[in-house]
Write a protein that binds this ligand. Structure first.
Ligand code: ADP
Ligand code: MG
Length: 301
């Protein structure tokens, strides 16, 4: 098959591994920088041009679209979908996952366990939102943040109020969330492919830090997940319509709660922690599913 990997940087671990796994399995893999794709969307015969030439038909695309290029990246992906190219994750599903509020609302609707979460627009409503969530400690998050940047732990109501007001003053969209203290600075990353958790790791924040992101100095280790965590992760990915997802779960006193669902989960941490060939499993999933060549977004909204 001809497989296009939409990634801005061919040197990234995840990109390299996907190229390697595709090539090993006898496919032709090409890394495409989405920001260099351009197209005529009104054409009767939709096509994509890349660096001066038409990009020929592809059998499948693997979107690895960074958070900062979501808007243009998903537009390019939609063009592939118009051309009936199989995409490992569809544009609509990626757009849902990128907006933390939207994805939490979709998950809540289907009864997935979540940390108590609130949001408001007007500074006048901030105090009431804090009260509604049971008061500090609270975690305040930028809706479109990644890698732990824009996630703040506030230990008093006053601090929560100041941080929320400061973000509002910058016109940033945020949410406030109950702090799951009992998780002890750890979360569980479940790597979902199709209807299976193919690998899971526990990420532990470094001492003095509550954010377990590997980019923030967290460390990864192997973990055995419970059947409830397994089914929560698979359901969460399915609700957003993602075939491949990194579902992040906190172990709370009231069972597993989903913190976020990543549509381009990194491969380096999970492959190193588990020793599994995750890139190979992603390619195998494409081999099994690309045949239909039609857009079949799961989930709603
Ligand atoms: P990002 O998209 O930037 O990774 P997250 O929502 O995943 O943002 O938050 C980053 C980290 O902060 C998480 O991995 C987790 O360790 C910690 N964290 C986030 N929300 C909570 C919460 N409600 N309770 C406890 N820890 C949290
Ligand atoms: Mg995260």
């Amino acid at each position: 098959m001809k497989i296009a990997i939409l990634s801005r940087n061919p040197r990234l671990y995840s990109t390299r591994r996907l190229v390697e796994a595709a090539t090993q399995r006898g496919h032709e893999a090409r890394v495409i920088d989405v920001l260099r794709c351009y197209m005529n969307i009104a054409s009767h015969r939709p096509s994509i041009h890349y660096k001066g030439a038409e990009l020929g038909p592809q059998d499948a695309v693997i979107p690895r679209i960074g958070a900062s290029v979501t808007f243009y990246g998903t537009a390019v992906l939609r063009q592939f979908e118009m051309m009936n190219t199989y995409t490992l994750n569809e544009s609509v599903a990626i757009t849902r996952a990128r907006d933390k509020l939207r994805s939490l609302q979709l998950l809540a609707r289907k009864g997935i366990g979540l940390p108590l979460t609130g949001f408001a627009h007007a500074p006048d409503d901030v105090q009431d939102v804090i009260k509604m969530l049971g008061g500090a400690p609270l975690v305040i998050k930028l809706l479109e943040g990644t890698q732990g940047i824009g996630v703040v732990l506030t230990e008093t109501d006053k601090a929560a109020e100041s941080v929320i007001e400061a973000f509002m003053g910058l016109k940033a969209n945020i949410l406030a969330q109950e702090y799951i203290h009992e998780a002890g600075g750890a979360d569980i990353r479940c790597f979902v492919i199709g209807d299976k958790v193919v690998a899971a790791m526990k990420r532990q924040a470094k001492p003095g830090e509550f954010r377990s992101n590997l980019h923030r100095g967290g460390t990864a280790s192997l973990v055995r997940i419970t059947p409830e965590e397994r089914s929560t992760a698979v359901r969460a990915a399915g609700i957003l319509g993602l075939n491949v997802a990194g579902v992040d779960i906190l172990r709370s006193n009231h069972g597993p709660v989903v913190m976020e669902v990543n549509s381009s989960p990194g491969l380096e941490g999970i492959e190193r922690a588990t020793g599994k060939d995750i890139a190979g499993l992603m390619i195998q999933f494409i081999e099994r599913n690309a045949g239909a060549r039609s857009s079949r977004t799961r989930g709603q909204g």
